[in-house]
Design a protein around this ligand. Sequence first.
Ligand code: DQA
Length: 149
Amino acid sequence: MKILVLNGPNLNMLGIREPGIYGSSTYDDLVSKIVDHCSEKGIDVVCSQSNHEGELVEMIQQAYFDKVDGIVINPGAYTHTSVAILDALKAVSIPAVEVHISQVSEREPFRQISYVSYYCFKTIMGKGFDGYIEAIDLLQENYGTSSKS
Ligand code: DQA
């Protein structure tokens, strides 16, 4: 199966950015962890990151034409503001899981709304990088045709 892992703004700054909240590992560490896991599980994975809302919308649209089977998305701050990203997910109708590294539910009031959660079938938060692995496994369990699909 084919999975797209999409990260939004400032997630390229992992390791530098607020390590007390997001940890000291980098975005490249995250990508390596995901790629290693997916190669063990026979999943074809692409990891992308953008600081731009429109680019994230375009990557979601492209996933439709690339016949992606599942999307893992951490929209960063756009989680709390972007109807456009929600609409893109609805437009392509690809199963999606929302991931947040931090425990967003225990943070500021302005982080308590998530637009993408209106579409994603599951939200995983507060589990650090492991949340992405859990999301990939969930997509494979629910939408993969076999363990090597
Ligand atoms: C985040 C949480 C968001 O509120 C924040 O804007 C981020 C990262 C997380 O992974 O915990 O950029 O999505």
